[in-house]
Design a protein around this ligand. Structure first.
Ligand SMILES: [Zn+2]
Length: 273
């Protein structure tokens, strides 16, 4: 089966806050010692291929108080010329440049294929109306937006902004915007994330960071909603992506559902299929 990984972090050690660098060092010492310092697209692609991954989403991040700053420009340049790497932008809420201008530049100039927003890291509510003109844009461009939902291990993050239900306003006001609840509201809002996909046809759940052996416990109707779940790894926050893929293969669900979670749903959202 082909695999698209919807959640990868790239960035030089100097771009991340010290506790994120420490986290990588502890969680993925191989990466820390061999790839991190002189990171290149070639090295990342070689690693992804070794894990059986065809394409992967590379995430920009504006969260200086929490994890660090990976600019849209950096991610765009990192992915340039490599079809395997799919650049996702982010917006900086502290920038003087209006959000719509930042989005315009990311989409038109830097060729971003989607966005990742970090309410808990950058301290904003996703249903803040300041963001609505941006939501209007992504809806008209028909590109997905990933929202970090649930908790985080990194200091500086504020869980109050991570409730998946804040996206109810957004999904309702922008019924054609493709909204991904990344982490499915982990670890105590799974029921809310699930309710969101039953209520809104434009909402999806990114399973990144959710223990795969518990997936059916948290989402018993995974088979029924097989069109709405997406695979992601959060690499390099763990040493081996292949282990996660094997766990998906072992789930007692249909092959069709596995293929959708690992590849087809992402391919469809990214306009590749
Ligand atoms: Zn992540």
């Amino acid at each position: 089966m082909k695999v698209i990984d919807f959640h990868i972090h790239v960035g030089d050690p100097k771009d991340w806050t010290p506790w994120v660098v420490e986290f990588f060092k502890l969680r993925n010492p191989i990466y820390f010692n061999t790839i991190f310092d002189k990171l290149s697209a070639e090295k990342v692609i070689t690693y992804l291929k070794s894990q059986g991954i065809e394409r992967a989403v590379m995430l920009a991040e504006y969260a200086p108080k929490t994890s660090g700053v990976l600019t849209n420009k950096y991610i765009s340049e990192f992915c340039k010329g490599h079809d395997e790497l799919i650049p996702f932008g982010s917006l900086c809420l502290y920038d003087e440049k209006p959000l719509t201008e930042q989005a315009e530049e990311a989409y038109n100039l830097l060729k971003m294929k989607g966005f990742k927003m970090l309410p808990t890291y950058a301290h904003f509510y996703p249903n803040d109306e300041r963001l609505f003109p941006f939501y209007e844009q992504v809806q008209s461009w028909d590109i997905p937006v990933l929202f970090h939902t649930g908790t985080s291990v990194f200091k500086g993050s504020r869980v109050k902004y991570g409730d998946p239900l804040f996206l109810d306003d957004v999904a309702d006001s922008f019924p054609h915007m493709k909204i991904i609840l990344e982490h499915g509201g982990r670890p105590f809002w799974y029921d809310r994330a699930y309710w969101m996909i039953t209520r809104h046809e434009n909402v999806f759940i990114g399973i990144t960071g959710i223990p795969i052996d518990k997936l059916l416990e948290y989402f018993p109707k995974l088979e029924k909603y097989q069109d709405r779940f997406l695979f992601g790894s959060d690499w390099p926050g763990l040493p081996e992506i292949k282990i996660l893929i094997d766990r998906i293969y072992s789930l007692p669900i249909s092959n069709e559902a596995k293929e959708k979670i690992l590849y087809k749903n992402a391919g469809r959202l990214l306009g590749l299929l």
